[in-house]
Ligand binder design. Structure first.
Ligand code: ZN
Length: 311
């Protein structure tokens, strides 16, 4: 197989926000730099949300500014669920926002406190706000694209309607379908992307955000890849718990996804040994629940990755 994929590191956002004890700003910066040094070229560095609701993200712009200065070659994004968040991001020189809305009504109301129609209307406003900013990138995270914790399986019609409305507002967006609950089946993931690519164009950028809550994370990644997706979200050490499944692991782990693709000769551009090391350090964060399976490398892989094997 000759192909390459891009892994978007979402640990500093999806992972850290699930951790209650506040991680010192310096440590967040240090982790982001180590992730960049492991080859990651896109990092979702945090969320621009009300710090009273999510105190872990109160220093998001300090982290953003520091990492941008220390690793200027890495594309950093900030998740912003509303206009206020986008305005704050713009004021801090952010060059990529991740707008989030859920396909299902009840999850959108519980997650961003408004109806899906209101989120879509806000998106139109936001696109007007950022229009004309050179090289500004907009990604949309479609939460509950497959399954909603309140409503069950998400209907195909609801997905297509939301995507159509988003693309009508701005057509150069990257759309990331999120398996928020980890309950999407691999067949549903493949079908989802096949349907979206045929309805809206195979050339446009699609991405997949999987959670490993029920152990289907990597199987879903494979099926998204088979359906043509080449951008995958992942979180180092699989950080990022699921609020609806206490004790469950979080996102697919960056090191697992990298291992999967590198073993299939699909290039990720990542240094697996570096990733395994930084994932190991993530497990020591107070309050973190580390997942991920790739915790050591075979001697051959370690050599390929440039570290000395201890054999
Ligand atoms: Zn997530």
């Amino acid at each position: 197989m000759s192909a390459e994929v891009t892994i978007v590191e979402v640990g500093p956002r999806d992972g850290f926000q699930a951790i209650a004890p506040i991680i010192p700003t310096e440590r967040k910066i240090e982790f982001a730099c180590k992730l960049a040094d492991s080859g990651l070229r896109r990092i979702e560095i945090g969320s621009a949300v009300n710090p009273k609701l999510l105190p872990q993200m109160a220093d998001v712009f300090d982290v953003h500014t520091a990492v941008r200065n220390l690793r200027p070659h890495v594309a950093l994004s900030i998740l912003a669920p509303n206009r206020k968040g986008v305005e704050l991001a713009l004021a801090h020189g952010v060059e990529e926002i991740v707008y989030v809305l859920s396909v299902s009504e009840s999850h959108n109301r519980s997650n961003v406190h408004r109806s899906v129609a209101q989120s879509l209307a806000d998106f139109v406003d936001i696109t007007a706000l950022v229009q004309g900013i050179a090289d500004f990138r907009v990604r949309v995270d479609l939460a509950t694209a497959f399954h909603c914790p309140f409503e069950g399986v998400t209907s195909e019609r609801a997905v297509l309607t939301v995507v159509e409305r988003l693309l009508a507002a701005r057509d150069d967006i990257e759309i990331c379908a999120c398996d928020t609950t980890g309950r999407a089946s691999p067949w549903a993931v493949r079908e989802f992307f096949a349907r979206c690519r045929s309805a809206f164009g195979a050339d446009r950028p699609w991405a997949f955000h999987g959670h490993d809550t029920y152990g289907l994370g990597l199987a879903n990644v494979v099926q998204a890849f088979e359906a043509g997706v080449r951008v995958f979200d992942a979180s180092f050490a699989g950080l990022g718990g699921c609020p609806y499944a206490p004790g469950a692991t979080g996102n697919v782990a960056t090191e697992d996804v990298a291992f999967l693709f590198e073993n299939a000769s699909v290039s990720t551009g990542l240094d697996l040994a570096g990733l395994v090391a930084v994932a190991g350090q993530a497990a020591t964060i107070e309050g973190a629940q580390a997942g991920g399976r790739v915790k050591f490398l075979s001697p051959a892989q370690a050599c390929r990755s440039g570290i000395t094997a201890t054999v």
